[in-house]
Design a binder for this molecule. Structure first.
Ligand code: SF4
Length: 340
C-alpha cells in the first residue's frame, strides 16, 4: 500500500487487506490509520486483473477503463492519505458569494429537484419512451417492465435514505435498507446495465447485483453489459449452461445474473473469461453469425446507457469520446434537442 501521511510517503505491506472486499478493506484501513484517513482501493477483481475493475472510495467509483486492474498489476491494494493541513481559500468572501449564487440556482432548478428526489433513475422513463433504453443486450430500446423501475417506484419500494457527496446539496445517491443491511443505490446506469439489458426487472436483484460489483470492485456498466451479452449468446445457442459452469443464462434470470457476477468478481471458473468483457467475447462469436454486439464499445469498454437508434443524439458522441465511451467528455454529433 502507498501511505501518504502529511509529507511522509511510504510503501507498507498490504498484509491481510489483500483479498478483502471493498467495504471490508475500507473499514479495516480506517481502523488501522484512524477515522480521518481516506483510501483509494481495489477489490478482488482488481487484484486478479479484471479489465473492468475500478478504484473505489466510500460509495464512489472511478469505473470504466480498468484503473483497478492497473493498481492490481502493481500489487497496490490501496493509496491511503491522511493529513493535518487545511484547504486555503484565496478569496473567502468571493467564494462565499459564489457558493450562495450556485446554491440558489440549484434550489430553483426543477430537474435538480427531480434528481434529488428520484436519483438519476428519474431519466429512465424518458429514455424508455424515446426508445433508447438498452433492453436485452440492446436488442430493443423499450423494456416492458420499465414502469416498475422508474425513480418513483424505487423511492416507494426500496430507497430508505438519500446520500450526497461531501458538501453537495443535491443528494442524488440513494441507500436501500434490508434488515440490518444498508446497500448502495442503484443509479440509472446500473439499473439499465444489470437490469434492463439483462431483462431483469426485480429491484432487489438489481440492488444485489450492484452490491456484488461494489464489493468485488468492478464496474457495473461493463459487468452488466457483459452478462447481457452472454444472455444473448445463450438465447442464440452459441453457449449452453455447460459452458457457463451450469448457469442457465436466460433473460431476466436474477440467479444467472448474480451467479455470473460473483464468478466474474472472484475470477472463478468461467467468470475469469467473462470478465474480459464483451469485446474479447465477441471475437469468439463474430457478427456475421447473427449476434448483435451493440454492447461493445471502443477501447474494450462497454457502451454507455442509451441505445443509439432510439435517440438521434446518442449513436456517435460517446463512442467517439477521447476516453472510450465516456459520458463526461464527448462531442455531440448533432445539435437538436436538449440532453436528456
Ligand atoms: S456531487 Fe454527488 S450527490 Fe451531488 S449531484 Fe453529483 S453525484 Fe450526486
Amino acid at each position: 500500500m502507498l501511505v501518504i501521511d502529511d509529507d511522509r510517503v511510504s510503501l507498507e505491506p498490504a498484509g491481510d487487506h489483500w483479498g478483502q472486499t471493498i467495504s471490508h478493506a475500507e473499514r479495516a484501513l480506517r481502523a488501522r490509520y484512524g477515522p480521518n484517513a481516506e483510501a483509494l482501493l481495489i477489490g478482488p477483481a482488481g487484484e486478479w486483473g479484471a479489465p473492468m475493475a475500478g478504484v473505489f472510495n466510500r460509495e464512489r467509483t472511478a469505473g470504466r477503463g480498468g484503473a483497478g486492474a492497473v493498481l492490481g498489476s502493481k500489487n497496490l491494494k490501496a493509496i491511503v492519505a491522511r493529513g493535518s493541513g487545511g484547504v486555503h481559500i484565496y478569496d473567502p468572501e468571493g467564494y462565499a458569494e459564489g457558493l450562495k449564487l450556485a446554491l440558489r440556482a440549484l434550489r430553483m432548478s426543477s430537474p435538480i429537484e427531480r434528481l434529488g428526489k428520484h436519483g438519476s433513475a428519474n431519466i429512465l422513463e424518458l429514455i424508455n419512451v424515446a426508445g433508447a433504453l438498452p433492453t436485452r443486450n440492446f436488442q430493443a430500446g423499450q423494456f416492458e417492465e420499465a414502469d416498475e423501475l422508474t425513480g418513483e417506484q424505487w423511492r416507494a419500494a426500496v430507497w430508505a435514505q438519500d446520500l450526497a457527496c461531501w458538501g453537495c446539496p443535491i443528494h442524488c445517491s440513494k441507500l436501500a435498507k434490508r434488515g440490518d443491511w444498508t446497500l448502495d443505490g442503484p443509479d440509472y446506469e446500473t439499473i439499465y446495465a444489470v437490469g434492463t439489458s439483462c431483462g431483469v426487472d426485480d429491484k432487489w436483484a438489481i440492488v444485489e447485483a450492484n452490491h456484488i460489483c461494489d464489493e468485488y470492485g468492478f464496474d457495473t456498466i461493463s459487468a452488466g453489459n457483459t452478462v447481457g451479452f452472454v444472455m444473448e449468446l445463450y438465447q442464440r445457442g452459441y453457449v449452453t449452461a455447460a459452458d457457463l459452469d451450469g448457469v442457465e443464462a436466460t433473460w431476466g434470470s436474477a440467479h444467472a445474473l448474480l451467479t455470473l457476477l460473483r464468478k466474474m468478481g472472484a475470477g472463478e471458473g468461467v467468470g475469469r473469461q467473462l470478465a474480459m468483457g464483451t469485446r474479447a467475447l465477441s471475437r469468439q462469436y463474430p457478427r456475421q453469425r447473427g449476434l448483435r454486439d451493440a454492447g461493445q464499445g471502443p477501447g474494450d469498454a462497454r457502451l454507455p446507457p442509451q441505445r443509439g437508434e432510439g435517440g438521434s443524439r446518442w449513436p456517435t458522441p460517446s463512442p467517439s469520446a477521447a476516453r472510450a465511451t465516456c459520458t463526461a467528455r464527448r462531442w455531440w454529433s448533432c445539435s437538436a434537442g436538449p440532453t436528456p
